[in-house]
Ligand binder design. Structure first.
Ligand code: PLP
Length: 446
């Protein structure tokens, strides 16, 4: 059997589900990144670092809720918190104790978040942060970096995908595109020159570098960016939707001791349920206040949202933040990811297969078909001698598809040509994954 034939043979029920899905959803999927040839898997249940598909296959999971599940699937304390809350009601249309606790836990872990507003997703969080920045500075433009992902709202899309300058974007008004300046990859000289013009409200970036460190930032980058933004009165927004509680209990800002003006969060913040948040300087967040002044209230920044601070998400979020405040969580996930990256690189070097695996914190990215100059079968954060487009895309779509199928055949579910780990991944999971990777790449070569 070919790799694809084996994939089909192992997943007849998923295939049947997908045929049904094609009638329900465009291309049969509910999130762009879940589109997979010849069809995606349908999953029935998940626990810890593992999940089981509808054909009964067990998979070691590296999608981990698109990064939301640092504690693994169905963590007992999160399940308990949600069960308790669901019996008490799922929406009060009123304030509740859990939203207070949730915000207080965020403020404790991220002192830059002097005030907080909850949203229903990370996309909403970046939309609100950009709006706040424009209102606060009276400037209209947002500067973002090529390759960085900030959700699917209109202002987040420019420059996200290679070749990083693709315009126009279907459905996005030209006026929106003109209000977003895309900085070339990691080009702080460009940023410094552009910010000097005085019309940029805020710089937003993933403080890990694009797509959870797939294009890593050079040493000192964030400190210099903080200095440039301060000097020009431009706000600095850290999009910590992925990194917020993963890079450290306080995110990248906690790790490096840098204070952004605004921070966007989602995923881990809501413990695996839908939810997001914006936190930041009290004087900026004050633009959301109501005052006894009709003129002010007409000009205040609006922020409704039916599911803001939803009690179920708050229950999961509080339970999760309590647990991830212990740095032993991140230390374990980081150690497992480093072991995985090293093991996979060792496999590639041992067999002379062109490719490399890189990452930091508890994430990894795989690029087959390319080489970098600093790879000797070890763990690497910053691949050298490779174009940013290769780092962002990882490998050709054909290779990515075949690797994905080959790994699923071996019982491993990758995410986006790599993956994110959790505290539930064990050394045994990692070693099984490295063995699976070895069999998969040898099979691809033969
Ligand atoms: N920002 C970053 C850095 C993300 O990785 C994501 C989602 O993956 C988002 C924003 C959007 O979050 P959501 O999918 O919750 O809308």
């Amino acid at each position: 059997l070919t790799i694809e034939e084996e994939y089909r043979a192992k997943h007849p029920t998923s295939q049947a589900r997908y045929e049904r899905a094609l009638r329900d959803f465009p291309s049969g999927v509910t999130h762009d990144v879940r589109y997979q040839k010849p069809f995606p898997l349908y999953v029935e249940r998940a626990s810890g670092a593992h999940k089981w598909d509808v054909d009964g296959n067990e998979l070691i999971d590296y999608t981990m809720g698109h990064g939301a599940l640092l504690l693994g699937h169905a963590h007992p304390q999160i399940v308990e918190a949600v069960q308790v809350q669901i019996r008490r009601g799922t929406h009060y249309g009123a304030g509740h104790d859990l939203e207070l606790e949730w915000a207080e836990r965020i403020r404790e872990l991220k002192p830059s978040c002097e005030r907080v507003k909850f949203t229903a997703s990370g996309t909403e969080a970046t939309l609100l942060a950009m709006r706040l920045a424009r209102a606060y500075t009276g400037r209209e433009k947002i500067l973002k970096f090529a390759g960085h992902f900030h959700g699917w709202q209109d202002y987040a899309l420019p420059g996200e995908k290679p070749p990083f300058d693709a315009q126009p974007i279907p459905g996005v008004p030209r006026a929106v595109l003109e209000s977003v300046v895309v900085a070339p990859v990691n080009d702080l000289d460009f940023v410094e020159r552009r910010l000097a013009e005085g019309d940029i409200a805020a710089v937003i970036l993933e403080p890990s570098g694009a797509s959870w460190a797939s294009i890593p930032l050079p040493e000192g980058f964030l400190h210099r960016l903080r200095a440039i933004t301060e000097r020009t009165g431009t706000l600095l927004i850290f999009d910590e939707v992925i990194t917020g509680f993963r890079w450290s209990p306080g995110g990248v800002q906690g790790l490096l001791g840098i204070r952004p003006d605004l921070t966007t969060m989602a995923k881990i913040v809501a413990g695996g349920l839908p939810g997001g948040a914006v936190g930041g300087r009290a004087d900026i967040m004050a633009l959301l206040e109501f005052r006894d002044d009709p003129e002010w209230n007409r000009r205040r920044v609006a922020h409704p949202g039916t599911f803001n601070a939803n009690p179920l998400s708050a229950a999961a979020g509080c339970a999760c933040l309590q647990l991830v405040a212990d740095p032993a969580v991140q230390r374990h996930a980081d150690a497992m990811a480093a072991r995985l990256r090293r093991g996979m690189n060792h496999v590639l070097v041992t067999h002379g297969i062109p490719g490399f695996v890189w990452g930091e914190s508890s994430v990894f990215h795989i690029a087959l078909g390319h080489t970098c100059t600093n790879q000797r079968g070890e763990d690497i954060r910053m691949p050298e001698g490779v174009s940013p487009i290769v780092l962002k895309t990882g490998m050709s779509p054909a290779l990515a598809t075949t690797l994905y199928q080959a790994m699923v055949n071996e019982g491993v579910d990758l995410f986006h040509g790599g993956g994110l780990l959790s505290v539930a991944h064990t050394p045994e999971d990692i070693d099984r994954t490295i063995e699976a990777f070895e069999r998969a790449v040898l099979r691809m070569r033969d």
